[in-house]
Each structure stands twice: as structure tokens, then as C-alpha cells.
Design a protein around this ligand. Structure first.
Ligand code: SF4
Length: 73
């Protein structure tokens, strides 16, 4: 499974990703966006659109194995 990941160093909290794909991205109070979904099945198109429309190139897709530990901070 591939899940989006946001580089907090790059994110400028512009809100594009949340606007495009609110099921997956949410702006936090700390001036950056967060990935709120644990599963993006069926949402790949909007994730791709969010990646393409991120002005800072802050969103990347990372492979994550099912059942493995998740990298949530
Ligand atoms: S589109 Fe990119 S820069 Fe804008 S809030 Fe989302 S991750 Fe941050």
C-alpha cells in the first residue's frame, strides 16, 4: 500500500491538498498539513491531484506494507 507523506519542512500550509482531497489531508493548527487517512484505496486520483497541485512539492508517496508498523509521529 502506498500512503502520502508530507514533508513538514516544505509544507507552507497553503491548503491546496485539503481543498482537493479532504478525505486524506487536513490542515493542522501548527501551520502544516497532515495525512489523516490510514488507507487511500479508492482515493488515489485525488491524492495524485493533491500531489500535482502542491506548490512546494511537499507530498510524496511512500510504500508501506500492510500489517507493518506505521510511521505515524
Ligand atoms: S498543498 Fe502542499 S504546501 Fe499546501 S498545505 Fe498541502 S502539503 Fe502543504
Amino acid at each position: 500500500m502506498r500512503l502520502p507523506s508530507i514533508d513538514p519542512e516544505k509544507c507552507s500550509a497553503c491548503g491546496n491538498c485539503e481543498e482537493i482531497c479532504p478525505e486524506v489531508f487536513e490542515l493542522g493548527d501548527d501551520d502544516r498539513s497532515h495525512v489523516i487517512a490510514d488507507d487511500v484505496e479508492g482515493l488515489e486520483a485525488c491524492v495524485e491531484a493533491a500531489i500535482e497541485n502542491c506548490p512546494e512539492d511537499a507530498i510524496t508517496l511512500k510504500d508501506r506494507e500492510d500489517g507493518g508498523g506505521n510511521g505515524h509521529e
